[in-house]
Design a binder for this molecule. Structure first.
Ligand code: C2E
Ligand code: CA
Ligand code: CA
Length: 447
């Protein structure tokens, strides 16, 4: 993979660039450093209340640095902002009150915090982040406008005057850095978005085909998995680019390409007696499904390519369930009327509740790799998988076990009642020609 990876969990790397993580990480170290230096200065001046505050900034900065290092970036950022906001407000209210010689200055940091919050909000939209931005701005307005005085005049005038200049320079510099980071972030998104669109026009996408097998390990179909071979970025994993494409609103176009390509393959297979029986599973993202014209697009693609809808399986993840469930059901009913099979992908990893399993018009449940792999090691996971299989079968769904890597996993899942399987044990995702050759070779061997 040619793209650089930040040293945080893969989950986070989807949303935060390496540069962004570095900004937050070293920013928190800088806060700790400034807190420490100021603590030493004020200790020399004997202002122990200020020393205590600076030390809390030092400890807070370090805590956030380690939170981010351990992968808790989103929480670390919010916690950091909240702590810094509390420090800035306390400083502004108690110690840094305006006098004839020195204006109030610490409230400038609240603008920096609001800008940082906005930057973070662009990455991961959350209500907590919006509230924090609002509080920072509100506190800024109050501290900038209200003639608040304090009974604690603990700082000598000289320290106040030097501090005013130093803090004004620091806050302005940080604000400028935030604005630069915001600009860089918008540019990065824009560039990624353009690269993805170009990829679509330049045929940089391909489909890989991973075999799906029955109990006797005969290939009964394949899952089409998207691959992006970018001349600039190298082979980019779908785990990395699909969430970003989704965020940029490009998954409808890219997913449309996948569906059309997959249907062309199905149409070709229907002409060949060796491949006629094969089904093809295609992943559909939530934004694609919820698009107003999705059902019409699928119908038109089937007509255009002459693919057999009875061999087409559309895989949906549980992420579609957070949206309007009745609308999802209506859409799935429409697709079923075309003869298409609907599968629930990654079952057990998301929002799935058993009631959804009952309500949704699905015919196949794909048990997630994590369950399959845990089932051989833990009796709790094993009984969970067993019950999911039993329940799905009671509801009339077929159950496909995903991510099977060993014969032990295959045997256990077959014993639990799985009748379809997919995983490295049977075959990794491969080019179409290799997939077809594999089937031809098996048939020749049997003949
Ligand atoms: P998924 O739909 O759960 O696809 C299965 C993923 O697990 C694939 O990763 C596959 O290579 C991998 N896998 C299969 N068998 C094994 C195994 O035995 N062990 C292990 N460790 N991994 C196995 P891949 O190709 O990187 O795709 C990742 C995800 O990207 C997919 O997960 C799917 O959510 C998404 N994706 C891929 N193609 C498309 C697409 O065309 N449209 C949409 N919307 N999403 C796609
Ligand atoms: Ca899938
Ligand atoms: Ca899956």
């Amino acid at each position: 993979m040619a793209t650089s990876k930040p040293q945080v969990s893969p989950e986070l790397s989807k949303h935060y660039s390496a540069r962004m993580v570095a900004v937050f990480r070293y920013g928190s170290l800088a806060i700790a450093g400034i807190g420490f230096i100021q603590a030493v200065i004020f200790a020399a001046l004997g202002s122990w209340v200020v020393v205590a505050m600076e030390l809390s900034a030092f400890v807070g900065g370090l805590a956030i640095y380690f939170l981010i290092r351990r992968g808790h970036l989103a929480f670390g950022i919010l916690a950091g902002q909240a702590a810094l906001m509390a420090i800035a407000i306390t400083m502004g209210l108690i110690l840094d009150v305006p006098t004839a010689d020195a204006p109030r200055i610490s409230h400038l940091y609240l603008l920096v915090l609001a800008a940082l919050g906005y930057l973070n909000y662009q990455r991961g939209k959350s209500r907590a982040q919006l509230v924090l931005i609002g509080l920072c701005l509100l506190a800024f307005i109050v501290l900038a406008s209200a003639p608040l005085t304090s009974p604690f005049v603990v700082l000598p005038d000289m320290a106040r005057t030097i501090g005013t200049w130093a803090n004004a320079v620091m806050a302005t510099t940080l604000l400028a850095v935030c604005i630069h980071a915001m600009q860089a972030e918008f540019n990065r998104k824009d560039k990624f978005s353009r690269d993805l669109m170009t990829a679509l026009w330049n045929d940089e996408f391909q489909l890989a085909y991973q075999p799906q097998v029955d109990l006797s390990q005969n290939t009964i179909g394949a899952e089409a998995l998207l691959r992006w071979n970018s001349p600039k970025r190298g082979a980019v994993s779908p785990v990395e680019f699909i969430p970003q494409a989704e965020e940029l609103g490009l998954m409808v176009a890219i997913g449309g390409w996948v569906l059309e390509q997959g249907c062309r393959t199905l149409a070709e297979w229907s002409k060949n007696p060796l491949f006629r029986h094969l089904s093809l599973s295609i992943n559909v993202s939530a934004s694609q499904l919820m698009h107003r014209d999705f059902e019409a697009f699928v119908r038109d693609t089937l007509v255009k390519t002459r693919a057999n809808p009875h061999r087409l399986i559309l895989e949906l993840t549980e992420s579609v369930l957070v949206t309007d469930i009745d609308l999802v059901i209506a859409k799935l009913d429409g697709l079923r009327e075309l003869g298409i099979t609907i599968a629930l992908d990654d079952f057990g990893t998301g929002y799935s509740s058993l009631s959804y399993l009952r309500r949704l018009p699905i015919q196949q449940v794909k048990i997630d790799r994590s369950f399959v792999q845990d089932a051989v090691n833990s009796s709790v996971s094993a009984s969970l998988v067993k019950n999911v299989v039993l329940m799905s079968r009671d509801l009339g769904h077929t159950v496909l076990a995903e991510g099977v890597e060993t014969i032990e996993q295959h045997a256990l899942l077959a014993r639990f009642g799985c009748i379809e399987f997919q995983g490295y044990f049977y075959g990794k995702p491969m080019a179409l020609a290799d997939f077809e050759q594999r089937i031809e070779a098996r048939i020749k061997r049997l003949a």
